[in-house]
Design a protein around this ligand. Structure first.
Ligand SMILES: [Zn+2]
Ligand SMILES: [Zn+2]
Length: 333
């Protein structure tokens, strides 16, 4: 049986006809299964939303009443019957609550990865590889040039800069959901014990992580600072890096934590003097390793650098196609 007879890409997103639901739909639908809380996946206005409890919590914070008329929280690996299919959510290792969607239908299994990574991350549960017939993967960093070192190396670079320039504020642009909390955790893991200062826009999601049991040590709001924070670490949304906000600090050193910092031109364009290559997506070797781990014979690629991955998987003897799903951001995560 061809997978397309029960699961297929539509303008609104992936649609599972046998279960009558969409996965991460871009436009409001009756029934949505949502992989994680990033705004390019968790859209407002659906009637019913099925996701992990953490994803639902994040959606509530970001979307308020738009987070879904009715919601259904699913624990990792808890199965539910939707129409004629069995569905379960499995950790994706991307951000808190992020999940892959496992769908079983008449002896065939499809796994939709959502965004994912294989690097360790203390702020979320580690990716679980599930054997399947069809693996549907992202490819944000689907080019051989994308190969990420362990994030601890990047944190060492940051701490070395702090030692070299002890009077200057180190202002780090971080995506507010996931990256911010991961960078804080990485700093603590590296033994950094000073207060970490946050832009107000990062507070709600960080508080939510804390309410889920995450320990972040001493966090303070820049708005509450009585001094100019020389020699301190300040986290802010990437958009605040270049704006007037930075004038609060003395000769700030601007850093940005993103997989895109692997590309020098992007770092320059963003004004990041200290690019920190820390990504919440799989790099090229991990994309290939993950496909191999699933033992899938067919792979669909939802978004990102699709061509190179299709080419490489075809060369390896797999059936591969690009879905080019629209509306997926790649900018800041
Ligand atoms: Zn994401
Ligand atoms: Zn995404």
């Amino acid at each position: 049986m061809k997978f397309e007879t029960w699961l297929r890409p539509e303008p609104s997103g992936l649609y599972c006809e046998a279960g009558d639901f969409y996965i991460d739909p871009l436009y409001p639908v009756e029934r949505a299964v949502v992989t994680h809380g990033h705004s390019d996946h968790a859209r407002p206005g659906h009637q019913a939303v099925l996701a992990t409890n953490e994803t639902l919590g994040i959606m509530k914070i970001r979307l308020g009443d738009g987070a879904g008329k009715t919601t259904h929280a699913l624990k990792y690996n808890e199965a539910v019957r939707l129409g004629e299919v069995d569905v379960r959510l499995v950790p994706a290792g991307h951000i808190l609550g992020s999940a892959q969607v496992v769908i079983d239908y008449k002896g065939q299994r499809a796994v939709i990865s959502g965004d994912y990574k294989r690097q360790s991350d203390p702020t979320c549960q580690a990716f679980e590889a599930i054997k399947c017939d069809l693996f549907i993967t992202e490819a944000t960093f689907g080019l051989p040039v994308f190969k990420f070192d362990p994030p601890g190396n990047e944190i060492k670079k940051l701490l070395a800069s702090l030692r070299a320039f002890p009077d200057q504020t180190h202002q780090i642009g971080v995506y507010g959901l996931g990256k911010c909390q991961r960078v804080i955790s990485l700093l603590r893991e590296a033994g950094y014990e000073r207060p970490i200062w946050l832009h107000g826009a990062l507070k709600a999601t960080t508080d939510y992580y804390a309410s889920c049991g995450m320990r972040f040590g001493d966090l303070r709001l820049v708005a509450d600072a009585t001094e100019i924070l020389g020699g301190e670490i300040v986290l802010c949304p990437p958009s605040a890096l270049g704006d007037r906000w930075r004038r609060r600090f003395t000769e700030p050193i601007l850093a940005l934590a993103s997989g895109w910092m692997r590309v020098r031109a992007r770092a320059r364009q963003r004004g990041a003097e200290l690019p920190l290559v820390i990504s919440d997506h799989a790099d090229w070797p991990n994309l290939l390793a993950t496909v191999a781990d699933t033992e899938a014979g067919e792979v669909w690629i939802t978004h990102g650098r699709e061509e190179a991955l299709v080419h490489e998987l075809t060369r390896l003897g797999l059936k591969a196609k690009a879905l080019s799903i629209i509306g997926r951001e790649e900018d800041l995560e």
